[in-house]
Design a protein around this ligand. Structure first.
Ligand SMILES: C[S@@+](CC[C@H](N)C(=O)[O-])C[C@H]1O[C@@H](n2cnc3c(N)ncnc32)[C@H](O)[C@@H]1O
Length: 209
């Protein structure tokens, strides 16, 4: 059972504990949802060690990875260098609405926090999306508590798709997909399933291609 980690110092400690806390390759839903998008400028918010940011950079995206743990950023920077790609790393607390340039893709993966401030982060992410830009939100879902493996065990940190979709709609986005998806996890007890939230939306506008 994972502890609830709340501030940058605690995240730093967790990132110091082992070489890679997350995988070196991208999250399965990031890959499925984004592999066909034409590259542009991407923001990876709460990028961790950069597994998704680096994968996007390898596909030709100009990526800015935003993260509040300096240890995670150092690890991400080293990983990007080893993989031979450029990623811009920005140390910032997302709950403080950091000033960022608009992007064609905004990704938020597994940023587990209570609805307030999470709703503020989502609203800020929405405001950073260019016309035709795509916003992808992936998280451990509330239903994971009952039906899935791993993730935070506090329901307050586990969002549900409906309020996320409603907030993005209020921000002028068109929601293309909002629901739950099942991810296979290799654990010490064998292969298990985790229930994730997946919300994908875009800002209407003229096509970039
Ligand atoms: C579960 S990890 C996910 C990392 C990455 N998105 C991935 O999928 O590999 C959550 C990340 O959110 C970061 N984080 C948590 N709260 C944050 C905040 N307020 N501002 C910026 N980053 C934050 C943590 O440091 C951690 O790296």
């Amino acid at each position: 059972v994972r502890e609830v980690v709340v501030d940058a110092q605690e995240w730093d400690e967790r990132y110091r504990e082992k070489e890679l806390v997350w995988s070196a390759g991208p999250n399965v839903f990031v890959e499925e949802e984004l592999a066909d998008l034409p590259p542009g400028r991407a923001l990876d918010l709460a990028a961790g060690e950069g597994r998704n940011a680096i994968w996007l950079a390898e596909r030709g995206w100009e990526v800015e990875a935003v993260e509040f743990s300096p240890v995670a950023i150092d690890k991400g920077r080293a990983l990007a260098e080893r993989r031979g790609v450029d990623v811009t790393w920005t140390e910032a607390d997302l709950t403080l609405d950091p000033a960022l340039e608009p992007a064609d893709l905004v990704l938020i993966a597994y940023l587990q926090m209570s609805w307030d401030p999470f709703n503020g982060v989502l609203a800020h992410a929405t405001s950073l999306l260019k016309p035709c830009g795509v916003l992808l939100v992936i998280a451990h879902a509330r239903r994971n508590l009952e039906y899935g493996y791993g993730g935070p065990q506090d329901p307050a940190l586990l969002p549900e798709p409906e309020p996320v979709a409603a907030l993005l709609t209020d921000g002028g986005l068109v929601v293309d997909r909002a629901g739950e998806v099942v991810r296979r996890v290799e654990s010490d007890e064998g292969t298990r399933e985790a229930v994730d939230l997946l919300v994908r939306a875009h800002r209407p506008g003229m096509s970039r291609v």
